[in-house]
Write a protein that binds this ligand. Sequence first.
Ligand SMILES: Cc1cc2nc3c(=O)[nH]c(=O)nc-3n(C[C@H](O)[C@H](O)[C@H](O)COP(=O)(O)OP(=O)(O)OC[C@H]3O[C@@H](n4cnc5c(N)ncnc54)[C@H](O)[C@@H]3O)c2cc1C
Length: 315
Amino acid sequence: MSDTIEKIKCLIIGSGPAGYTAAIYAARANMNPVLYQGMQPGGQLTTTNEVENFPGYVDGVTGPEMMVQLQEQAKRFGADIRDGWATKVDFSGDIHKVWINDSIELHCETVIISTGASAKYLGLPSEQHYLNMGGGVSACAVCDGFFYRNQEVVIVGAGDSACEEAHYLSKLCKKVTMLVRSEKFRASKIMEERVRKTENIEILMNHDTLEVVGDNQVVHAIKALNKTTGEVIEIPATGFFVAIGHKPNTDIFKDYITLDETGYIINTPGTSNTNVPGVFVAGDAADHVYRQAITAAGTGCMAALDAERYLASKE
Ligand SMILES: Cc1cc2nc3c(=O)[nH]c(=O)nc-3n(C[C@H](O)[C@H](O)[C@H](O)COP(=O)(O)OP(=O)(O)OC[C@H]3O[C@@H](n4cnc5c(N)ncnc54)[C@H](O)[C@@H]3O)c2cc1C
């Protein structure tokens, strides 16, 4: 553990749109924010080539470029951006303790958690190949559905989010094939009914995804196993959407912060407050509904303003 303890007024954990927006607001409010970037500097958007729905970018922008700009904007106002990740916290006292890389000990008056969430994937080598190529695999229909307008796509998943994303895609795509691994949906009846009633959604129950098929650059089809008959089918598709859930990056907070059953941080509605005074949350770490860069940025702003008001109330 560390020999020296650093005192920090406002610590921001995470460098996605939520963290950087919080840093911009906190720096401009003279809160001297220190931001630790974590293992994925720039967050989830650094894994995508095209962001077309963030307001202000008329011609779109690549994810990495946008995140560099957000970082530069935060630095311009004096935010202290650092490498390293939070490995342990102790939020039991008035001063919130955070350890970086298991060594540096920070004593913080306020903490903004903006550690995001990670989409779950099937883990097939072909899925990972096309995901990394940016050629037809996505975990976000709202982000990427537009690129598959009038095309045929496949979506895998059986929960409410999968049904919602399939329905969203059905408005853009010629045909959506939904692969459900078991004989039952996990989604609510109403969501299941909605996809069942949508003409251009074909549901294949009891099917496993075997392979994402393509020409090495882009996706052409999805190979699936009908577990009832043993037949292997190939479904023509240019896009493969994975909607099997997300994992919020919140494990280190679980002993102090109230989480829901899937690990999302529970905030007081309409605020960024967690159950611990002085600890705030922004972005996907608390959002299993919208999961967009603009909503993450919006809640980053809220967290910085809430932290600023908290500090003012203690003066
Ligand atoms: C492939 C892809 C494409 C997308 N496209 C779009 C799009 O076009 N438009 C759109 O609006 N949204 C898009 N999204 C969704 C968008 O990226 C997220 O909603 C947004 O990034 C969430 O921002 P965030 O700041 O909450 O967290 P994230 O972007 O997830 O960032 C989390 C940050 O926390 C850090 N971190 C995690 N744990 C720790 C720790 N212990 N200590 C320190 N740091 C830590 C990580 O290193 C990372 O920097 C896309 C997502 C993906 C995966």
